[in-house]
Ligand binder design. Sequence first.
Ligand SMILES: Cc1cc2nc3c(=O)[nH]c(=O)nc-3n(C[C@H](O)[C@H](O)[C@H](O)COP(=O)(O)OP(=O)(O)OC[C@H]3O[C@@H](n4cnc5c(N)ncnc54)[C@H](O)[C@@H]3O)c2cc1C
Length: 488
Amino acid sequence: MKQALVIGGGFGGMAAALRARAKGYRVTLVDRCEGLGGRAQVFQREGYSFDAGPTVITAPFLLEELFALFGESMADHVDMLPLDTWYSFRFNDGKRFSYGQDLERTDAQIAAFNPADVKGYRQLLKTSEAIFNIGFDQLAAKPFNHFSDMLRQIPALVKLNSHKSVWQLVADHIQHPQLRQAFSISPLLVGGHPFHTTSIYALILYLERKWGVHFPRGGTHALVAALEGLMRRQGIEIRTQTSVDKILTRHGRAHGVTLDTGERLEADELISNADPAWLYRHMLDDVRWSARLKLAAADYSMGLFVLYFGADCQWPEVDHHTISLGPRYQGLLDDIFTNHRLADDFSLYLHRPTATDPTLAPAGHDAFYVLAPVPNLMGAIEWEEEAPRYAERILDALDKTLLPGIKQHLTMRFWMTPQDFHSRYLSQHGSGFSISPRFRQSAWFRFHNRAEGPEHLHLVGAGTHPGAGVPGVLSSAKVVDQLLPEVK
Ligand SMILES: Cc1cc2nc3c(=O)[nH]c(=O)nc-3n(C[C@H](O)[C@H](O)[C@H](O)COP(=O)(O)OP(=O)(O)OC[C@H]3O[C@@H](n4cnc5c(N)ncnc54)[C@H](O)[C@@H]3O)c2cc1C
């Protein structure tokens, strides 16, 4: 039996391991963290369960496919709960807006801001669907390893106005400045500045409508645990707390790795779920010119400051996903992405999983995380010093807005900074989502799924085609599935 070795157990790595196994490979997956999931780690402390990363689960069929590969049904292992309200917004002037599954309710919410935008939103959804039909259905799970793959798609990309940004596309359809913010913010979920992210990512608006927004009972961790169970049932060997130092190559072929302990592992096919920028900079000597060029010109996603906290009471009026926008939109984004400056104001995403699954905290308590997009480590911020101050500022802001009284009811808190993304996940510049989703870093211009280096090395995950986010990295594993040689 041929041996495949997967480096990294994020959603991309787990999906690739399962696909390789279904193809007939003997599979080993190694990850440097204590548990699987990569950015979807779980922190279980004092009766609270905090998902570290992804919380908005879309396109669940991509997960169902992995169980179906082995004749199993995901529903037997995870209870996916569809949400009615997907996102609630609080603007700086105190105004509220929310949208979700019920289109008529969404229309009414839009009309309260600007009646003309009801029609605009429907048109925006139509445009998003057209982008989806090509960008998701035809391109997301297709290899873009050759320039000819890209050339073939140019007419479609031109037709879809992919050179425009998500912001420009939204502004073409929506007039009200606050609604423009609400509908253009989704690139932040995949590490992009809405004013610089290619409008291909506006397909998210339709994707959410097509399959809904879900949360697994037990949290995203329940999904990771279910995938781990599936891997173990299929005999995939899993080694956590195992870090790869170098990819071994011979005559232009990858044939194994060395671990940080000095141990060597040999394999016929290697699949890396590591950050490609880190892989090409630190783990591989044989790197082709195309990857070197990408590294030289790379634009990285922002960093994330994530504050996890529990409280001994509940805020039932706070929805599962709330976005609190500060006084500035573009200016703040520029400070984060371009100036790499930690601004005095911020915009926050507040996750309240106990709104959907109260068992994630002790009875009568709430569990939260609040996420602030911040500069990645290219900004000179001393996170060890800054983090406690920043956490305090965020809690002060929440106390005045979404969570009155939170400061008296806190039971615990801890955080992750871009420094932690760097040291835990080996993320270049501590970025939250690898390289950013600009047009010049999409499709063929993104890191390829077939290594731009030795043969028999493949890449999955956020920095590779098609891009970050759970649906993106699951799609990257589908691409690698097509590239892996059949087992004879
Ligand atoms: C706070 C946060 C919130 C998010 N919210 C959402 C959301 O709501 N919805 C959504 O769809 N997406 C969301 N995302 C994005 C999404 O989580 C990621 O894009 C996706 O999970 C990344 O998966 P991946 O396959 O790239 O692997 P990662 O999750 O990046 O995992 C890679 C793993 O490989 C390990 N590794 C790296 N190098 C080595 C090595 N040399 N040796 C061994 N192991 C190694 C790392 O430690 C890590 O465990 C969020 C991300 C974050 C951080």
